[in-house]
Design a protein around this ligand. Structure first.
Ligand code: SAM
Ligand code: SF4
Length: 338
């Protein structure tokens, strides 16, 4: 990075005055699970390692974004922890003046506890779509339920703040919504029910979706006046609740029926070094190739975010959003980085 770049303190903003200070970096497109709502049935085409950011390039990208005002970085994927150099990346990134976070399927967490603790990561987002072994294994198309559950217990024992992401899909796991809430009675976990979102190859249609209203209505039927509304943070995508006297909490992320675009502060960097200004954007800008040519990538970052659409990558209406031809312009979730 040249001096003019390091002196550039301007925040990354768009035409709608949204300040972007939260970067999600995908470390890999690879994954040790095959969740049907994320990974296409036929899998994804594996590409040569040279097309993806090295650990040094991840650091260089991160430093540039931090110089532009990014304050929080979340590592995601694919499964970020399958990368052989994930420990090195976590250790180096944690030296930047940022809050470092991670989203993982939890399978390899036991091998990372020491690294996470020594680098100050206190909160982990972990995916778990069912509390029933057979069902979980059929959703993720692998046999890892026991490992994930034991790693959740390990994280709790080690005093991590554990958020559990559960994508709710009709006829698959919507019968478990109240079971997840009941789980929070004695377990200090923070469940986040996520509406099923459309991406290339995941055979989405909203008849399979379960809305925020449906989720809350089910919980209200069981818990009624014992449900407490909690305060949501400014850029929080989740609406947070708890049940009276429960140790944990629950939340709903209504990306489909009530998107949180107005306060969006998120930037995504794919494992192959493309910036995406929105999860649903059909376009992206190649930062990695430019960086490898020695070009200043700051103007590309600023331009990409400046051109961010007001809502869901330009799909303003629910009709646009649920039009599969629009969503086919995007990637699969596994190679965006959720
Ligand atoms: N492998 C890690 C994991 O599963 O937590 C990180 C990457 S994963 C793509 C990040 C999050 O995206 C997960 O919580 C997953 O449940 C969510 N996700 C994937 N596909 C989704 C979809 N179609 N709709 C809603 N959430 C989805
Ligand atoms: Fe892998 Fe996470 Fe996608 Fe499941 S949701 S296939 S664990 S990247």
């Amino acid at each position: 990075m040249d001096k003019s770049s390091t002196d550039n303190r301007s925040l990354i903003t768009d035409q709608f005055n949204r300040v972007h200070d939260y970067l999600r970096i995908s470390l890999t497109e690879r994954c040790n699970l095959r969740c049907f709502y994320c990974m296409p049935e036929e899998g994804i085409q594996l590409r040569p390692r040279s097309e993806f950011m090295t650990a040094e390039e991840v650091m260089e990208m991160a430093r540039i974004f931090v110089s532009l005002g990014v304050k929080k970085i979340r590592l995601t994927g694919g499964e970020p922890l399958v990368r052989k150099d994930a420990k090195e990346i976590i250790t180096k990134l944690s030296q930047l003046p940022i809050e470092l976070a991670i989203t993982t399927n939890g399978i390899l967490v036991d091998d990372y506890i020491a690294t996470l603790k020594s680098n100050g990561l206190k909160s982990i987002n972990l995916s778990l779509d069912s509390l029933k072994k057979e069902k979980f294994n059929s959703i993720v198309r692998r046999d890892y339920f026991d490992k994930v559950i034991s790693n959740i217990d390990l994280l709790l024992k080690e005093k991590f703040h554990v958020k559990i992401n559960a994508v709710i899909i009709k006829g698959v796991n919507d019968d478990e919504i109240c079971d997840f809430v009941a789980w929070t009675r004695d377990k200090n976990v923070h469940i986040r029910f996520i509406e099923f979102m459309p991406f290339t190859g995941n055979k989405w249609d909203w008849s399979k979706g379960v809305s925020f209203m449906e989720i809350i209505t089910k919980i209200e039927k069981k818990y009624g006046d014992d449900i407490l509304k909690l305060k949501d943070a400014v850029n929080d995508t989740a609406k947070n609740y708890a049940v009276k006297d429960h140790l944990g909490t629950f939340a709903v992320i209504s990306s489909v029926t009530n998107p949180f675009c107005d306060t969006c502060n998120r930037i995504r960097l794919t494992a192959d070094g493309k910036i995406k200004n929105c999860l649903f954007s059909g376009t992206e800008t190649d930062l990695l190739s430019a960086m490898r040519k020695g070009e200043d990538i700051i103007p590309k970052i600023l331009e990409s975010i400046w051109n961010k659409k007001a809502m869901r990558g330009g799909m303003d209406s629910f009709k646009d959003f649920s039009d599969s031809s629009q969503n086919q312009k995007n990637r699969s979730m596994v190679n965006i980085g959720g």
